[in-house]
Design a protein around this ligand. Sequence first.
Ligand SMILES: O=C(O)CCC(=O)C(=O)O
Length: 312
Amino acid sequence: MKSFHQTHAGELTPEAMQQEISSKGYVLVRGLLPNDAVTSVLNDVTRVLSAAGWLLQNHDPAERMANIDAACGDPDPAFKRVYQQVFNLESFHALPHHHALRRVMKMIVGEQAFVHPKPIGRLIFPRCEQLVVHPHQDYEFMGGDAECFTVWIPLHDCPVCVGPLRILEGSHRFGIQKHDRENLRVPEIPAGMAAGDEWAGGDVGAGDVLIFHSMTVHAASPNVSEQLRLSIDCRFQDASRSLNPANLVFAGESGKSWEKTYAGWQADDLKFYWKQMPLNFKPSKAELEVLAQTAASPAARAKYGRIVSQLD
Ligand SMILES: O=C(O)CCC(=O)C(=O)O
């Protein structure tokens, strides 16, 4: 695997960022986010994990030493309970809106940069092969407009042994690639089948961000350390491009809602910010209303109904 090509936060220009993304499919920006911004989210997350018994009690929670007896991952109910507490943290949602990140994302997607409101937290126990994310393109999961970009943000220094992401350079140039869905909970591109140039990887530090196109194939490296790997991934696009409304709400049966997420927040500015914007939904709300009546299965009709009800 070759080393990531890297750019330093002090030397960014829109031309350089766009050139980097269009040639390689990603850009790794070193030192973009201030350490205290990242560490304060890390502290909030590790407080939750420590209370859940996921961390060894005789260590500082910030060290993330894993209690391997508690190891779990999605879709274990034990994992979902803890994940929900992390997802509800105000600081977890605020980090993707950090002005330093917004500035860079405007260079890539334009002045109307829109931050998708549902970041994903990765709480990855070490030495658990089934928790390692396999090669895929985010477009497979997000839909909407392909000109959408993921930002991967580790909450601590992430040397290769702790399992940072790796990127298949140039893979965004090959369009939608075939994902295997059969007998898999999460679709993935079968081993060795992804089209692209060469895999790139390496250490990613706290404060660094890895930005990549929705068609760029990426995967996690295995976490072979003794520590949990904690990261956030969030998505940005030009607000005028089409967007799948399922990415704004909770389409599943879990009963999650923005009201429950926001219940313990101090500030209001990041609550429902996306509802104030003239977004271009694909499928549109009218199309979703039809699907809620006509989709083939009762489960699909119920899912579309839940999406529509949360858009009002
Ligand atoms: O952090 C991980 O392990 C996977 C992240 C990922 O696949 C993504 O950001 O799209």
